[in-house]
Write a protein that binds this ligand. Structure first.
Ligand code: ADP
Length: 271
């Protein structure tokens, strides 16, 4: 606990009165610390591809200048490093946009079934390259609820990308939507989208921290797979903007299941 102490003294006819004021500034300190950690993390994440790029540029200007094969190899690595920086900046912008809008709950009706079909269609090349199948179980043609279509597309894209990245070989992704009339946590009707993979799963000790920015179970694997460490943080903020819930269930060796639970009722002020 951090206290800020302010001291003031007043001189009166009866002598000097001293007023000591103790204020608990722990929450402020924590926010400050989180901000500092975030800046340190971003700087670190940007610095490694930048250092690599500078190194390659130097080599291309010097020893590799007249070696076409080496030039091709270096240029392709440089492209990968630059793409990594681009993905990081893109995810940072998405995260800051959702955070800025977090108090503004979306009110426009969107069709959740259409969104999932669009996301699966858009990710078909990724699934094909990875040799992973993705099925969608849904027993309705459409399902309307108040939402932000672009942000929800990003949520399901991130979950599918993760299921592919961490699902290992012989993976099959199952997606489903079902509705509940009275969800206990949301106290009303909701839609539940499940994205389940058959990968090696997640040790439960990591689950509570997965939505923290830059939290990765295996840094090397995440980077190798092109991860920025921000995907689930974006998912969490979008779901929270929709006043929904994110549920993660997994056990090592059992595959992972991510559930996005979204309220189906319009907020009162919009009806
Ligand atoms: P990243 O860009 O590293 O994928 P995310 O925020 O999307 O960042 O995910 C955070 C971490 O959660 C990942 O680095 C990975 O360790 C773990 N993770 C996410 N999805 C899965 C999954 N489907 N199976 C196993 N681990 C996962």
């Amino acid at each position: 606990t951090t206290f800020q102490v302010t001291c003031s003294a007043v001189e009166t006819d009866e002598g000097i009165s001293v007023l000591l004021c103790f204020e608990d500034i722990t929450p402020l300190e924590q926010v400050g610390q989180m901000r500092r950690d975030f800046v340190a993390n971003v700087s670190h994440e940007l610095r490694s591809p930048l250092t690599a790029l500078l190194g390659f540029i130097e080599t291309l200007q010097g020893p590799a200048r007249n070696d076409p094969a080496a030039t091709d190899r270096f240029l392709s690595t440089m492209q990968n490093e630059a793409s990594r920086m681009e993905r990081l900046v893109r995810d940072l912008l998405s995260l800051s946009r959702v955070e800025a809008q977090e108090r503004v709950r979306p009110t426009k009706p969107i069709d959740l079934v259409a969104i999932l079909r669009t996301v699966i269609h858009a990710n078909a090349p990724l699934l094909k390259d990875a040799g992973v199948t993705c099925t969608l179980e849904v027993d309705m043609d459409n399902l309307e609820l108040p939402g932000d279509a672009d942000q929800l597309q990003q949520v399901f894209t991130n979950l599918i990308e993760n299921a592919v990245k961490y699902g290992g070989s012989n993976n099959a992704i199952r997606m489903s939507i079902h509705v509940e009339d009275d969800h206990p946590a949301l106290r009303g009707p909701c839609a539940i989208v499940t994205v389940a993979d058959q990968g090696p799963g997640i040790d439960p000790v990591h689950i509570p921290r997965l939505t923290e920015r830059f939290y990765r179970i295996d840094n090397h694997r995440s980077r190798e797979m092109g991860g920025t460490g921000l995907g689930l943080a974006i998912v969490k903020h979008v779901v929270s903007r929709h006043r929904g819930r994110l549920k993660i269930q997994s056990e090592s060796g059992q595959g992972s299941q991510f559930q996005v639970i979204l309220p189906r009722e319009l907020p009162l002020d919009a009806s």
